[in-house]
Design a binder for this molecule. Structure first.
Ligand code: HMG
Ligand code: MG
Length: 309
């Protein structure tokens, strides 16, 4: 097995998927420090915010200010969600390194989340992808509800495959598969990739797990066995989608780091520094976060002292 095959690539989505779902609007200064602490932990890919309508997601209305203010570390990709051409214009104006467009394998979720059918959303993304590529930035294409939809129930892998093909035809650089409501069990992950076999291999994909049912780490371990090497996580298990009722936080990044390490993969992330970032954001929000690992005594502070929340 090549060295590269022993590396797991993580994208931290806490500042975006995490903070979009908080009741309170987190102050800009806190967001800046949070993103900088995440980069200091060794994470090389951070989804910082969204250039969506501030009427839809007021928590992220400070997207421009945030991207302008953060000190950027060399080698870190600072990306953002973009729903349309207006979002792309805003993102390019503040120099994002990459964008993510997003649709779903379920019509009902697409309608609730982006006020468009799947086909309409893909048509909307055509100029976005074209212009992003012309500007020389990478494009991720999210497919939400790859296992189940909060409105329509179970989603078949064939529906995921159809949307994946549409996004690949647009020219996206990578496909990110979202278990938006966090209900997958390991067998679902195997079934999903089996259904995608002629369209997307596990190693090409990114897996975006939520942990509503507490099964995200079991799914991540199964995905590793299947060949997935790119995952999204949110420190502390922050997160959820405001347009997916009942969905809770993302797979906790620190738990993904630990699972990857225990399975013999390196991530380049300092667990101690990552947990410091998690404690920082938990303190700023004034509550403990779902991740059991973050709360555990065994999670050491970056300075070597142990700490609890
Ligand atoms: P719409 O209301 O159909 O669009 O929303 P519109 O074109 O009619 O615009 C309505 C208003 O928003 C207008 O303002 C526009 O100018 C403005 P008004 O004239 O009323 O004053 N507007 C914008 N403003 C700033 N930036 C923009 C922008 N676009 C329009 N880019 C739209 C359609 C797509 C905009 C809306 O539905 C939206 O913003 N949705 C985003 C919802 C969202 O962010 N959901 C959470 C992220 S997805 C997720 O969490 C899943 C994921 O994590 C993966 C997984 O877990 O599966 C990625
Ligand atoms: Mg999500």
């Amino acid at each position: 097995m090549s060295d590269d095959a022993r590396v797991v690539h993580l994208t931290e989505v806490g500042p975006r998927d995490g903070l979009q779902n908080e009741q309170v609007i987190v102050p800009l200064a806190t967001k800046i420090q949070f993103v900088e602490m995440l980069a200091a932990s060794g994470l090389r890919s951070i989804e910082v915010t969204s250039f969506v309508s501030p009427k839809w997601v007021p928590q992220l209305a400070d997207a421009e200010e945030l991207l302008r203010a953060i000190k950027r570390e060399t080698g870190v990709c600072y990306s953002a969600l973009v729903p349309n051409e207006k979002g792309l214009e805003r993102a390019l104006a503040v120099g994002v390194d990459a964008i993510a467009i997003f649709t779903a394998a379920s019509e009902s979720f697409a309608k609730k989340n982006i006020n468009a059918s799947i086909a309409e959303s893909v048509a909307r993304f055509l100029p976005v992808v074209r212009d992003a590529k012309a500007a020389g930035i990478r494009v991720r294409g999210y497919v939400s509800c790859v296992i189940a939809c909060p409105f329509d129930g179970k989603v078949e892998p064939s529906a995921v495959r159809d949307v994946t093909r549409m996004l690949l035809d647009l020219g996206v650089d990578e496909i990110d598969l979202g278990d938006t409501i966090g209900v997958a069990v390991p067998a679902d992950i195997a079934r999903l990739y089996a259904g995608l076999a002629d369209t997307l291999t596990p190693s090409e994909s990114v897996l975006h797990l939520h942990d509503t049912s507490g099964t995200a780490m079991a799914c991540a371990a199964r995905a590793l066995e299947l060949g997935v090497r790119k995952f999204d996580g949110s420190v502390g298990g922050l997160g959820g989608c405001p347009y997916a009722p009942g969905a809770s936080g993302n797979a906790a990044t620190e738990e993904l780091v630990a699972v990857a390490q225990q399975c013999g993969y390196s991530t380049g992330v300092s667990l101690a520094r990552l947990c410091d970032a998690g404690r920082f954001v938990a303190a700023a929000l004034g509550r403990s976060l779902p991740s059991r690992m973050l709360a555990a005594e065994s999670c050491q502070r970056a300075d070597g002292t142990s700490a609890t929340l």
